[in-house]
Design a binder for this molecule. Structure first.
Ligand code: MTE
Ligand code: QUE
Ligand code: MOS
Length: 767
C-alpha cells in the first residue's frame, strides 16, 4: 500500500491549514514578544498600535478572560506576560488587524519598558544559582562508589550537547471560529488537540465541550507541536471569542524560531569504570538540562534521559543524577527522541573516551556490554524480547564490518589529508509514555451502507503516516481493501481526552483501539453472515478480500452485500474502541518500575571521510539493521527510519543553535541555521529490517518507529572523531556537539590559532 495521501501530496492538493479557504471577515493576529530575556515590565503602551488604521484590537494579559496560567505538567506560564518576562520573544501582547501585514506593522508601535534582571543562558550557572524547574534527582542500581576499586580503568569526562530547532515546514498556526452559545471551533497545527482544549478551558474560562479542535494534518511536528502549539491556538481562540470574528494566527519563520522551544541542550559529566577486558563495571553520569524559562515538558524529557542513560548496554553499577535547570531561553520542549538522544550521546562518549585511554577499539567495548535477555535495566524493568545482539551481529555480517575496517585502515595509510572513520551505533529505546495515564488510545469506526468505511482516531497525521497505518489496520482487520477506508480529521468531538501524538506510540495506541472497534462491528457482521449462509458457528466465518469465507472457503456473500444486509437487520455498524497499554507502571519518585511496553533495538554502521586540512567531510554510508517487528507498511516505515536518521545526523553535525549571553537567538533563520538536505545524506544508505521479528504489544505485530532511528545519527559523531584521530592521534578532542566542519577544523588544529577570536563566543553575528 502506498502512503494514503501520496496522490494528493504530489499534486499539491493536500489541504494544510493554509490551504483551506478563509471564512469571510477573518482577522489576523500578530504576537508582540518581549525584547529582553529577563526583567520586570514597568510599562506597556498599546495606544499607538491601536491607532493604526486596520487594527481591530490589541490585547494584553488583563484581557485574558479566564485564569492566565497554563503548562502541561507544572502550570507556571502565562498566555500573555503580566508583570515579568523570562525570555526574548515571550508573548506580551496580541494585535488583531484586517491583514497580517497591518498587524505586524502595528506591533512595531507597541512601547514596552522593562527593568532588566540578570540573564542566565547556561544550565550549570542556573544550577549554581539553585534555579531548577524541579529538585535534582538520582536513580541508581548497585553501588557505584564501591565499584571503582574493582575497575582496571576509570575514565572521566564531560559533554556539551547542542540543542536543535525543529524546522517543520509548516510554522505554528491556528484558525479560530466563534460558534453559537460562546463556543469555539479551532483548527490548529497541533500534535495535542486535547492539550489545546484543556488550556483553552482554563485560560478562556469555557467548559471543555465548548471548544472543538480539528486537525487534518500538520506540515511536520517532530515534538515541536506536542505542547507548544497550545498557546497559539488559545490566542486565536481568545481573539475570536472576544471579537466574535474568525481569527487566524500564523507565526512566520523568524517569529517561530525565536518564540518557540527546541531540543534541550545538555551539559553532562561522566565517569566510567571497566575491567581490563573491556567489561563496563560502573557508570556515573550527571545531566544538567538546559530547560529554558518554563517547565513545559522538561521534567518528562529528563525522565526519559535518565532511563536511557545506559542505552543498549548492561552495566551492573549505575548512578544517574539529573536536574532541569531554568534559563532565560524559550522553554525547551519535546523533540524526536525526547531526551533519549542526549543520554545516548553521553554513554557513547564515555565508551569512546575509555577506548582511547585503554587503546582498545570502541566497538569491542560496545560489543562486550550489549544487553541480553533476562538482564535488568537499572530502573527495574526486565530486558525482554531483546534483539540488541541480533541486530549488532547482523549489521556486522551483512555490511562486512571486518572488510570495512581493513579498507579504512589501508585508506588512512595511503592518504595524508583525507582520513576515513567509522562507528557502530546500537540503539535501545523504550516504547510507552513514562507518564502512565497517557498510554491510552481511542478509535471511532463507521461502516456506511455502501461498504465504505470512515475511521477517526486520536492520532495526528504529521507526515509520519499515521493515517496510512490506521487505514491499513482497519482494512486488514475487516478483510477489505484499503481503498474503502477513509481516515477522517482528528477531532475532539469524535475522540475525547486524546493523548498527544507522541512517544512514537500513536500507531500502537490508536491502532490497537481501531482493532477493538473493528472487532465489535465484525462480530455483528458475522452474526448476519451466519444466518444468511445457514452456518451455525459464526466463529467459522472470516472476511477475506471482501468475500465472506466459511472455514477458509469462499461463499457467494460479498462485503458490500453483507454490510447492506446488516444495516437492514439493524446491526451496529459503528463502534468506538478504547485501548490501554497493559502491564506498565512507573514510580516517578523512585525512578523504578516497568515503564515500557517493550523496547526497540537496532544497529547502524556509519562511514565518513574527513578532509583534515579543511574540516569538511562527507558521510559515505549509513547502514542499518532495525527491528521493526512486523512492518505494517514497509515503505512508510523506511521513510521514518531515513527521516529520523537525517534529523539525527543534522543534530550531530550541521545544526548549530546559537544564543548570545543576552539570551538572543542568533541562528534564528534558515540562512544562519543549517539543516541537512538531501545532498548531505549518505549516498550509500541501507535500511534492513530484522527478519522474523514480532511484537505482541503492537497492532498486527509492528513496533514503534517514529523516534528510535534518530539515534543512529549519533554514530556519525564518533565516526568523524575516529577519522580525526587517524589524522592527529595526539589531539585531545572534546565531546561537544554539533561537530560542524568549522569545529572539526578547529579541533584538529587546536595548537595553531587559525581564528583570532575566542573559540567559545560569537562566531555568528546578529543579522
Ligand atoms: N515524521 C514526520 N514526517 N513528521 C513528524 O513530525 N514526528 C516524529 C516521528 N516522525 C514526525 C515524524 C515524532 S517526534 C514522533 S513522537 C512520532 O513521529 C509520532 O508519530 P508516531 O507515534 O505515529 O510514530
Ligand atoms: C515520552 C514522551 C512523553 C512523555 C513521556 C515519555 C510525551 C509527553 C509527556 C507528558 C507528560 C505529562 C503530561 C503531558 C505530557 O510525557 O511526549 O501532558 O502532563 O507529552 O516517556 O514522548
Ligand atoms: Mo515526539 S518528540 O514524542 O512528538
Amino acid at each position: 500500500m502506498k502512503h494514503i495521501d501520496s496522490h494528493l501530496h504530489v499534486r499539491g492538493e493536500s489541504q494544510y491549514l493554509d490551504d483551506v479557504p478563509p471564512p469571510t471577515e477573518m482577522l489576523h493576529a500578530a504576537v508582540f514578544g518581549s525584547p529582553v530575556a529577563h526583567g520586570n515590565i514597568e510599562s506597556l503602551n498599546l495606544e499607538k498600535a491601536r491607532a493604526v488604521e486596520g487594527v481591530v484590537a490589541v490585547f494584553s494579559a488583563k484581557d485574558v478572560p479566564g485564569k492566565n496560567v497554563f503548562g502541561p505538567i507544572i502550570q507556571d506560564e502565562e498566555l500573555l506576560a503580566s508583570s515579568k518576562v523570562n525570555f526574548i520573544g515571550q508573548p506580551v501582547a496580541l494585535v488583531v488587524a484586517e491583514t497580517p501585514e497591518i498587524a505586524r506593522k502595528a506591533r512595531g508601535e507597541i512601547e514596552i519598558e522593562v527593568s532588566p534582571l540578570p540573564v542566565v543562558v547556561d544550565p550549570r550557572k542556573a544550577y549554581q544559582n539553585g534555579d531548577f524547574i524541579k529538585e535534582p534527582g538520582t536513580t541508581s542500581m548497585g553501588d557505584v562508589d564501591a565499584a571503582w576499586k574493582d575497575c582496571d580503568h576509570v575514565v572521566e569526562g564531560s559533554c556539551e550537547i547542542g540543542g536543535q530547532e525543529h524546522v517543520y515546514l509548516e510554522t505554528h498556526r491556528a484558525r479560530a471560529l466563534p460558534k453559537e452559545d460562546r463556543c469555539l471551533q479551532i483548527f490548529a497545527s497541533t500534535q495535542s488537540p486535547a492539550a489545546l482544549q484543556e488550556a483553552a478551558h482554563v485560560l478562556l474560562g469555557l467548559a471543555i465541550h465548548k471548544i472543538e479542535v480539528d486537525v487534518k494534518r500538520l506540515g511536520g511536528g517532530f515534538g515541536g507541536k506536542e505542547d507548544q502549539a497550545t498557546q497559539w491556538g488559545v490566542m486565536a481562540g481568545m481573539c475570536a471569542l472576544i471579537l466574535q470574528k474568525p481569527v487566524e494566527l500564523v507565526l512566520n519563520r523568524l517569529e517561530d524560531i525565536q518564540m518557540s522551544g527546541k531540543r534541550h541542550p545538555y551539559s553532562c559529566d561522566f565517569k566510567i569504570g571497566l575491567d581490563s577486558e573491556g567489561k563496563i563495571l560502573a557508570y556515573d553520569v550527571s545531566h544538567y538540562q538546559n530547560s529554558g524559562a518554563f517547565a513545559d515538558l522538561s521534567t518528562s524529557v529528563l525522565e526519559r534521559t535518565v532511563v536511557h542513560s545506559t542505552n543498549g548496554y548492561y552495566i551492573p553499577n549505575v548512578r544517574v543524577m539529573a536536574v532541569p535547570c531554568r534559563t532565560n531561553l524559550p522553554s525547551n520542549t519535546a523533540f524526536r527522541g525526547f531526551g533519549g538522544p542526549q543520554a545516548m550521546f553521553v554513554i557513547e562518549s564515555a565508551i569512546n573516551k575509555a577506548a582511547e585511554v585503554m587503546g582498545m577499539p570502541a566497538h569491542e567495548i560496545q560489543a562486550k556490554n550489549l544487553l541480553t535477555e533476562g538482564q535488568s535495566f537499572f530502573y527495574g524493568q526486565k530486558v525482554k524480547n531483546c534483539t540488541m545482539t541480533e541486530t549488532w551481529n547482523e549489521a556486522c555480517e551483512t555490511f562486512d564490518f571486518e572488510g570495512l575496517r581493513e579498507r579504512v585502515e589501508s585508506f588512512n595509510k595511503e592518504n595524508f589529508e583525507h582520513k576515513k572513520g567509522f562507528a557502530l551505533m546500537p540503539i535501545c529505546f523504550g516504547i510507552s509514555f513514562t507518564t502512565f495515564h497517557l498510554n491510552q488510545g481511542n478509535s471511532l469506526v463507521h461502516v456506511y451502507q455502501d461498504g465504505s468505511v470512515g475511521v477517526t482516531t486520536g492520532g495526528i497525521e504529521m507526515g509520519q503516516g499515521i493515517s496510512t497505518n490506521m487505514a491499513s489496520i482497519a482494512a486488514r482487520t475487516f478483510g477489505i481493501s484499503e481503498e474503502r477506508v477513509k481516515v477522517e480529521s482528528t477531532n475532539t468531538t469524535r475522540i475525547a481526552n486524546m493523548s498527544p501524538s507522541a512517544a512514537s506510540a500513536t500507531t500502537d495506541l490508536n491502532g490497537n483501539a481501531t482493532i477493538l472497534a473493528v472487532e465489535q462491528i465484525l462480530d455483528g457482521l458475522k452474526e448476519i453472515a451466519a444466518v444468511d449462509l445457514g452456518i451455525e458457528d459464526k466463529g467459522k466465518i472470516q472476511i477475506v478480500d471482501e468475500v465472506v469465507c466459511c472455514d477458509g472457503a469462499k461463499t457467494e456473500l460479498t462485503w458490500k452485500d453483507l454490510v447492506m444486509k446488516s444495516y437492514l437487520n439493524r446491526k451496529r455498524l459503528s463502534a468506538h474502541g478504547h485501548y490501554a497499554t497493559p502491564g506498565i507502571h512507573f514510580d516517578k519518585a523512585t525512578g523504578q518500575g516497568n515503564p515500557f511496553a517493550y523496547h526497540v533495538f537496532g544497529t547502524c554502521l556509519t562511514e565518513v571521510t574527513v578532509d583534515c586540512l579543511r574540516g569538511i567531510y562527507t558521510i559515505d554510508s549509513a547502514k542499518i539493521v532495525h527491528d521493526i517487528g512486523r512492518p505494517i507498511n514497509p515503505t512508510v516505515d523506511r521513510g521514518q527510519v531515513e527521516g529520523a536518521l537525517a534529523q539525527g545526523l543534522g543534530w550531530m553535525t550541521l545544526e548549530d543553535l546559537q544564543f548570545n549571553d543576552e539570551g538572543r537567538c542568533l541562528s534564528h533563520a534558515l540562512s544562519t541555521y543549517k539543516a541537512p538536505d538531501v545532498y548531505f545524506m549518505p549516498d550509500d544508505l541501507v535500511v534492513n529490517f530484522l527478519e522474523n521479528s514480532d511484537n505482541k504489544f503492537g497492532p498486527l505485530g509492528t513496533k514503534a518507529v517514529g523516534e528510535p532511528p534518530l539515534m543512529y545519527g549519533i554514530g556519525v559523531f564518533f565516526a568523524l572523531r575516529n577519522a580525526m584521530r587517524a589524522f592527529s592521534p595526539q589531539s585531545q578532542l572534546d565531546f561537544n556537539s554539533p561537530l560542524t566542519p568549522e569545529r572539526v577544523l578547529m579541533e584538529l588544529h587546536k595548537d595553531i590559532q587559525l581564528i583570532p577570536q575566542s573559540r567559545e563566543k560569537g562566531v555568528l553575528v546578529e543579522s
